[in-house]
Design a binder for this molecule. Structure first.
Ligand code: ADP
Ligand code: MG
Length: 484
């Protein structure tokens, strides 16, 4: 499944590394007690520390540190027992301190990795270089007034985790799979809500191209892309643009670019020569962060079963394909829902129902899993009825539709609608005898070699029994009787 960009001089390989900024779930900010709630009025959640009033001192939020450790453990990464907060100095209107407190030389989390779930159930492991904690900046608003800009500092000082991948991704699809998996893991851990449309997760997209086997090429970095689809578009656009520049005899300059969602293109913001020298230095207001290994162990013990382990268990215990298991573990609610459905028996049939009719119905009615009119227990009840031959798989679809409409249990509906499958041979044989007697020429044709007619007889028998005859039994009895 290799992805290549075709140029005039042959095929090019695309190399991608992502820097993901994820907002930490925490009631208050990284160094202040101000609230982090989304959707407040502008400047409603700004403490004196966030506004950088002279003499204010940052106080590290322990909950954020715990979330950072959880995330590191979830990314199978090294937790550094000593890390250091540094000042990254730059001027910007929405950065009142004149610097961002971040981690640079000594981040809290070191090397780890993440498993991509690719098309067709394939997987691939991608390296993670590091993760550090840092403050978010405020927001400048330029579209509310003809001549003035406004500043909203609510986001100033909110804790972010920056996760930096190795340059291991090789296609837009892999970049998308990386972000989906990252979001899934963070949500399982409860460390970031992953809502990209609220800005809780965004990515800087580093892209370069090379001829297969060559050294890494020069990369560009497209900043702050806020949807998975946009990241994939940015990769695709950049890769094609770079191939064209190189084949036309040009050079790629290392630069920062901006994504334009209106047409999926990127454009240059600033080149690396103009790049800031951030003059990083350890923040004199903050001591190095030293972790008690016992605390790290406690956090480790509280990490829930994560998607990769869950997937493995579903494959092993329930006999699911890697693909189905992958879909079912994407989020925890979904996985829990499925596990509840399996209590109806037959986990494979349960997986087909959940990923097929059930997700289809949710999608069609625009509902979330939490809003489902059919509970997991009820769906399990439906599957139990198929399993014990009370209804056929086909009738089950009708029952499911009625369940969706009424939220009633499967057996109630089967009872009310009289849908119980006929598995007694008596009534089925009687129906078959009648049909054969009424259609002697068809019987003759069948016996004369037109075996396809069996389908017609099945149809007639199902019709005569109101669709309730056990189809396996119908087939069996027909074959016997028609053979004469
Ligand atoms: P910086 O500090 O300038 O952002 P880093 O070395 O930390 O640079 O790299 C940032 C990101 O760029 C990482 O995700 C890394 O994987 C990616 N990256 C580095 N080199 C390349 C390259 N040649 N092509 C694509 N991505 C790259
Ligand atoms: Mg960078």
């Amino acid at each position: 499944m290799s992805y290549r960009v075709k140029g005039n001089t042959g095929e090019w390989e695309v190399v991608i590394g992502l820097e993901v900024h994820a907002q930490v779930i925490s009631k208050s900010k990284l160094f202040s007690g101000a609230s982090t709630k989304f959707g407040a009025d502008p400047n409603d959640q700004v403490s004196l520390v966030d506004a950088a009033m002279p003499g204010m001192l940052p106080v590290l939020n322990k909950q954020v540190v715990e979330q950072g450790i959880r995330t590191g453990l979830g990314l199978r990464a090294q937790i550094n027992l000593k890390s250091v907060f540094e000042r990254k100095n730059y001027f910007y209107a929405d950065l009142p301190q004149g610097y961002q407190i971040s981690q640079f030389l000594e981040p809290i989390v070191g090397k780890g990795n993440l498993t991509l779930d690719l098309e067709g159930g394939e997987t691939r492991v991608v390296g993670i270089e590091r993760m550090h904690l840092e403050q978010d900046a405020g927001k400048s608003i330029h579209d509310q007034h003809p001549t003035q800009s406004y500043i909203d500092l609510n986001r100033t000082g909110v804790a972010l985790m920056e996760v930096v991948s190795d340059p291991d991704l090789r296609s837009p699809e892999e970049a998308g799979a990386y972000l989906r998996k990252m979001r899934s893991i963070l949500r399982y851990l409860g460390t970031c809500d992953g809502n990209m449309d609220e800005g809780s997760m965004r990515a800087d997209v580093n892209v370069s191209v090379r001829k297969p086997g060559d050294e890494l090429g020069t990369r560009t970095e497209t900043k702050n892309v806020n949807s998975i689809r946009y990241v994939m578009q940015a990769v695709e656009f950049e890769a094609k643009r770079q191939v064209k520049v190189l084949e036309d005899g040009g050079e790629i300059v290392q630069e920062t670019r901006q994504f334009d969602p209106s047409n999926g293109s990127t454009r240059s913001l600033r080149s690396k020569e103009e790049a800031h020298d951030y003059r990083y230095f350890p923040d004199p207001d903050l001591l190095p962060l030293v972790l008690d290994p016992k605390w790290v162990e406690e956090i480790k013990a509280s990490i829930p079963e994560l998607p990769d382990e869950k997937k493995e268990r579903f494959i092993k215990d329930f006999g699911l394909s890697s693909y189905d298991a992958g879909i079912l573990v994407i989020d925890r609610d979904r996985a829990d829902f499925y596990e509840e459905v399996t209590k109806g028996g037959d986990p494979k049939v349960a997986a087909n129902w959940v990923t097929g009719d059930f997700f289809g119905a949710l999608n069609k009615s625009g509902l979330t899993l939490a809003e489902t009119p059919v509970s997991a227990k009820q769906l399990g009840g439906l599957i139990a009825l198929i399993k014990d031959n009370t209804i056929s798989g086909r009738t089950a679809k009708e029952v499911f539709e009625a369940m969706w409409e009424t939220s009633k249990d499967a057996d109630t509906i089967v009872e009310e609608k009289g849908l119980k499958q006929i598995s007694d041979t008596g009534p089925i044989e009687a129906a078959i005898d009648e049909i054969m007697a009424a259609n002697p020429s068809q019987v003759e044709a069948f016996r004369g070699g037109n075996e396809k007619l069996i389908g017609w007889f099945v149809g007639q028998t199902m019709k005569a029994t109101g669709g309730k005859a056990n189809p396996g039994m119908v087939n069996q009895l027909l074959k016997k009787k028609l053979a004469g």
